[in-house]
Design a protein around this ligand. Structure first.
Ligand SMILES: N[C@@H](CCC(=O)N[C@@H](CS)C(=O)NCC(=O)O)C(=O)O
Length: 303
């Protein structure tokens, strides 16, 4: 699997860690923290969120779908959202949206600016701030004030401490999708603004350390020309019969996230079931690719 990602991206950390835990070899394609991303933009055709995963001429957008692929490749169903109950999915949605955005929103503007100037050159930091202001403008999610974000973060951390049992992980003795989906949000908080909050949270501290230890941090880089060669040399995999359910099957459609960074990808809908949509997209350099999206959190429109 090829992973298009950047170091400070929490959702990328979720997949890096899961791939390492699942024992799947992956190749690392580092992209800039904001568009343009010349290595992946011509392949994916508009979708701007990170991470993106790729196997040959199949491209996977959003960690819901990437986790389903990792679960299938490693034969560990518990790494996929599809193994969860509705309540568990609702909990993760709350963590990966409301609590995720509460991390930057709970920090003072000065702390955020200091962090960005520590991470980037001044010009990059200014470009990054401008880019994220643009993303925030197109958002369908309601952002909370700093005070409310801090209260949400505190109560979510208290709740996590009580959810974690003596079994160490959220669903027992080994990590599942629940752990990976919560871990990257805690990682985001700890990496950006320090981990003092772990001091009086012994269960979270132990769990967080155990999760961090899953990282093998052994990356095989792949460069742009290798990427083109791999994509060009592959044909999209055959679609399962159960993907033949979409009402717009065979039609030209656009697909985009329904919440933020809502840039659309256009193509022919060649597969759909209750969890996934697959678009066929011609690319100039690499021929046809299939772009896989989750159904949850995405809109499909007839062109
Ligand atoms: N629901 C998406 C969320 C991905 C996401 O928000 N990624 C952030 C980086 S951690 C992002 O794309 N930010 C804008 C960007 O990098 O251009 C997923 O699960 O993949």
């Amino acid at each position: 699997m090829i992973l298009h990602h950047y170091d400070m991206s929490p959702f990328s950390e979720k997949i890096r860690l899961m791939l390492d835990y699942a024992g799947i070899e992956w190749q690392s394609s580092i992209v800039p923290p904001m568009p343009p991303r010349p290595s992946i933009d011509p392949i994916v055709g508009g979708y701007r969120r990170i991470p993106i995963a790729q196997i040959g001429a199949d491209v996977f957008c959003d960690t819901q779908i990437i986790c389903a692929e990792v679960a299938a490749l490693s034969n560990q169903a518990e790494l996929s959202y599809e193994s969860l109950s509705v309540e568990e999915i609702d909990y993760l949605e709350h963590i990966e949206k409301d609590v995720f955005f509460a991390v930057p929103n709970s920090s003072s503007g000065l702390n955020t600016i200091a962090l960005l100037f520590k991470t980037f050159t001044p010009i990059q930091a200014i470009k990054f701030i401008k880019d994220r202001i643009g993303v925030a403008k197109g958002m369908k999610l309601k952002m909370k004030s700093r005070h409310k974000s801090q209260a949400l973060l505190d109560s979510s951390i208290d709740e996590l401490e009580t959810r974690l049992s003596d079994d160490l992980f959220l669903q027992g003795g080994r990590p599942t999708i629940m752990d990976f989906s919560v871990h990257h949000v805690i990682w985001f908080r700890a990496n950006s603004f320090g981990n003092d909050f772990l001091r009086d949270k012994p269960r979270i501290a132990k769990w967080f350390a155990s999760m961090n230890k899953l990282s093998k941090d052994a990356r095989n880089p792949i460069d742009r020309s290798q990427l083109v060669a791999v994509t060009k040399g592959a044909t999209p995999r055959q679609l399962d019969d159960n993907l033949m359910q979409g009402e717009y099957l065979g039609k030209a459609v656009s697909i985009r996230p329904d919440d933020y960074a809502r840039d659309a990808v256009e193509g022919i809908l060649v597969g759909q079931d209750i969890n996934r949509s697959v678009l066929r997209r011609p690319t100039k350099q690499c021929g046809d690719v299939h772009i896989h999206f989750p159904k949850r959190g995405f809109e499909t429109r007839l062109l």
